[in-house]
Design a protein around this ligand. Sequence first.
Ligand SMILES: NC(=O)c1ccc[n+]([C@@H]2O[C@H](COP(=O)([O-])OP(=O)(O)OC[C@H]3O[C@@H](n4cnc5c(N)ncnc54)[C@H](OP(=O)(O)O)[C@@H]3O)[C@@H](O)[C@H]2O)c1
Length: 325
Amino acid sequence: MEELQSGNKLKIGIVGFGNFGQFLAQRMISQGHKVLAYSRTDYKDVAHTMGVPFFRDADDFCEEHPEVVLLCTSILSTEDVLKLLPVQRLKRNTLFVDVLSVKEFPQKLFLQVLPQEFDVLCTHPMFGPESGKSSWVGLPFVYDKVRIGGGSRLERCDKFLNIFGSEGCRMVEMSCAEHDRYAAGSQFITHTVGRVLGKLALESTPINTKGYETLLGLVENTKGDSFELYYGLFMYNQNATEELERLELAFDSIKKQLFGRLHDVLRQQLFEGVGMKDRKSLPNIVEDAAHKSTDFATAASNVVAHSKATPNRSSKKSGDNNGSS
Ligand SMILES: NC(=O)c1ccc[n+]([C@@H]2O[C@H](COP(=O)([O-])OP(=O)(O)OC[C@H]3O[C@@H](n4cnc5c(N)ncnc54)[C@H](OP(=O)(O)O)[C@@H]3O)[C@@H](O)[C@H]2O)c1
């Protein structure tokens, strides 16, 4: 086996020098590691200000022989980028690491594409440029030592992990499959709800509650991430579709609960002083509004329209009509 560099500092080659790649590079440099970068877009200027040698030619990048190649590419582009990387130009004992927000996919891809001699470490720093802007203390860092040799190779892997450990990250060793199960129920749901709320264009008000502040914070936290990233979380985590369906079902069930209560209140109000002839038709209208319509406003307006058409029902207690407005 080729000798690995001694000392605590690593030579790390970042592939994909976008948002997240630069964010990680900053901290690695501050720890004294040597960082070089390769990306599709020209980041020469920004790399220069960081003191990072930048390459747009993959051959040149690989010929620099980084000990660690860190893939920070989008989930969707990773397969193409990896397959185009001239890995034969790297040292045979190179450690490959990824930071993709899904884990089973890069694990399988690495094992399928990379030469047997390369080490493989799959990781997911569960924070980003926004949430990890200042301190990384207590932020979760998930990793799976998928294929790591013994001796100095293991030491090198631990040295890499220590970049995060020494910043105070909560280091969580877990299989890639387990990560994806947890992440679909937590991270994907967080991004989805953040994006849904983002569509509402919520605004701060003079009477924000703590809960509302949390929602505004969630929108703020997720809006910086690219749609490509979000789509990757969906497409490349086999548990995501099920979680999306669960979310939809949960939303429907809450609506049903609301409409159920609406039935009760409206029945009470609408039946007061109603003759038997009318009574037969009322439940159908209320049922229709609640079950067929997925739109609360439509359902409510159907009911209100019906009450208006039969004035003897609504006149008596109009001030108590909390359920229908
Ligand atoms: N942002 C976060 O908070 C966060 C947290 C943990 C993990 N991650 C993971 O980190 C990775 C990078 O995330 P990101 O936030 O920087 O945004 P992203 O949109 O997921 O990825 C952007 C990166 O992918 C590269 N890329 C995209 N399409 C490409 C293509 N067709 N060919 C070559 N390169 C391509 C970009 O290269 P160019 O810039 O050169 O075009 C850029 O470096 C993702 O896998 C993500 O899951 C992100």
